[in-house]
Design a protein around this ligand. Structure first.
Ligand code: FAD
Ligand code: SF4
Length: 484
């Protein structure tokens, strides 16, 4: 059938069905359903194919969005899956948890009143459905190079790197201190946003591509970076950013105050029946919970607390709703699920009775001049003290990178400011000050997004390929000069 160029007028934007609030807050299962093939095709057919695809530019991995939308419109699912994997290592995961409203869909031409194409849901549909049909990436034309690279960290950055390495004929062995792959995909982001079975399916897929995982193995403790440099041609580090930002609040270490990631890792351990480091088993059922912060981590804590049966969950944020850093979709989901938002409130202290938390002292704020990142600074208003009662306080102020003691032995430089990010100022993009070590993801750009970590891992792999090739060429030249 010929393409209908006016489909965007005749078919409204649709999203996969969302489970009703009363049902979904009683379990930890994903809240969105899946398109069927006809709906996916009809939604994909809304794409204008506008010539200069702003969505593609805005997508951090520059997915070939209009091209795979067209394939889905034509029912060519397996070709769409192959194409979608050319640019993205984790398309079914990004389709679920990218903040599309700020990325691809935010820049869709139709977003100007007609409703953006539901790009994320179609991206998820493509891989989920192709995998059900037994699809696997086609690596039949890959020529082994005999080169080997160790990837440290099985999070999005590490997986992105390993994917591109094996597609270039380089053996990739991925080490992680956790018992499951995925990094924060498994041990941060809750199941109701990303089912852990999806991450396990990805592991199977990676292994089918020849990627090998060595889990429960911490580099620097169970195996040295020296050993890796000896055994492999190069190393990629995607270690993430795990040092929690503290609020410097009086009584921040009181009984009942919990760091956000410890809470979420604890919950993931219970669910996965693992014992990943850094988790705390905390049950907030029946408690009044106050979550401090306004990003994705805070939203995940809010919604986890709701599902654990908290009596009330209040989210305290120092700016207004407009200036929240997290995904708007997740803020809306949190609100629908019963989270109470207290905007323009700056926490200034934890109130205790004996050793135990009983509340959070806050001051009202108003927004002042923009900071260096363009976000307006909150300024506290004197005389507006208020205590929000709490049995439990969860602190979600963000994360910084944590340089390991062994960086110095390997001459890996990092910035000395508060974020202590690893410097990738080598000759090749994402090369550290040690020429054989590359790095990317949260430990290099600061805590950010899955899709940006995937992008950096992939880019680093491209650099490693060029670096190893240059080394091989130099070796061949030297052998030619020596007459060997
Ligand atoms: P990580 O995912 O942190 O992976 C690093 C890996 O390195 C870990 O598996 C760790 O165990 C391993 N590691 C560290 N040190 C060692 C060592 N010495 N030896 C061996 N292994 C080691 N992003 C989104 O796009 N959408 C969201 O909805 C979203 N929600 C989030 C919710 C929460 C609660 C959090 C904390 C983050 C969220 N993010 C979200 C951000 C996203 O998860 C991260 O930006 C992304 O995971 C970073 O990938 P990475 O590979 O750099 O690091
Ligand atoms: Fe959109 Fe993220 Fe997919 Fe890119 S990776 S197309 S930004 S959902």
């Amino acid at each position: 059938m010929p393409r209908n160029p006016f489909q965007f007028l005749e078919v409204s934007r649709a999203d996969p069905e969302k489970r009703p609030v009363g049902e979904r807050i009683r379990d930890f299962n994903e809240i969105y359903g899946q398109f069927d093939a006809d709906t996916a095709a009809a939604q994909a057919g809304r794409c204008l194919d506008c010539g200069n695809p702003y969505c593609e530019w805005k997508c951090p991995v520059h997915n070939y969005i209009p091209n795979w939308l067209k394939l889905i419109e034509e029912g060519r699912l397996l070709e769409a899956a192959e194409l979608s994997h050319r640019t993205n290592t984790l398309p079914e995961i990004c389709g679920r948890i990218c903040p599309q409203d700020r990325l691809c869909e935010g820049d869709c031409t139709l977003n100007d009143g007609l409703g953006a194409v539901s790009i994320g849901s179609i991206e998820k549909y493509i891989t989920d459905e192709a995998l059900k049909l037994g699809w696997r990436p086609d690596l039949s034309d890959v020529e082994p190079t005999g080169r080997r690279v160790a990837v440290v960290g099985a999070g999005p950055a590490g997986l992105g790197c390993a994917d591109v390495l094996v597609r270039n004929g380089i053996e990739a062995v991925v080490y992680d201190r956790y018992p499951r792959i995925g990094g924060l995909l498994s041990y941060g982001i809750p199941n109701f946003k990303l089912d852990k079975a999806v991450v396990e399916n990805r592991r199977t897929l990676c292994e089918s591509m020849g990627i090998r995982f060595v889990l429960d193995t911490e580099v620097g403790r169970d195996i040295g970076m020296d050993d890796l440099l000896e055994e492999y041609d190069a190393v990629f580090m995607g270690l993430g950013a795990y040092r929690a930002v503290r609020g410097q609040l009086p009584n921040e270490d009181a009984d009942g105050v919990v760091p956000a990631l410890a809470y979420l890792v604890g919950r993931a351990n219970e669910q996965l029946d693992t014992d990943a480091v850094g988790g705390m088993s905390v049950d907030v059922s029946g408690e009044r919970v106050v979550v401090l912060g306004g990003g994705d981590t805070a939203m995940d804590c809010n919604r986890t607390a709701i599902r654990q049966g908290a009596r009330a969950v209040t989210c305290v944020y120092r700016r207004d709703a407009e200036n929240m850093p997290g995904s708007r979709r997740e803020v809306k989901n949190a609100r629908d699920e019963g989270v109470i938002f207290r905007y323009n409130r700056q926490p200034v202290g934890i109130e205790i009775d004996g050793e135990r938390v009983v509340g959070v002292r806050v001051l009202e704020t108003r927004l002042g001049e923009p900071d260096e990142r363009g976000r307006r600074r909150p300024e506290t208003v004197a005389g507006t003290d208020e205590i929000i009662p709490a049995d439990r306080v969860i602190v979600a102020f963000g994360f910084n990178a944590e340089p390991a003691a062994w960086y110095e032995d390997q001459a890996i430089a990092h910035y000395e400011d508060g974020r202590t990010l690893v410097a990738t100022s080598g000759e090749y993009p994402f090369q550290t000050s040690n020429a054989r070590i590359f790095a990317g993801g949260d430990m290099v750009r600061g805590a950010d997004l899955v899709v940006t970590a995937v992008f950096e891992g992939r880019q680093a792999a491209e650099s490693i390929v060029r670096f190893l090739r240059a080394g091989a060429d130099a070796g061949a030249d030297a052998r030619a000069v020596a007459g060997r």
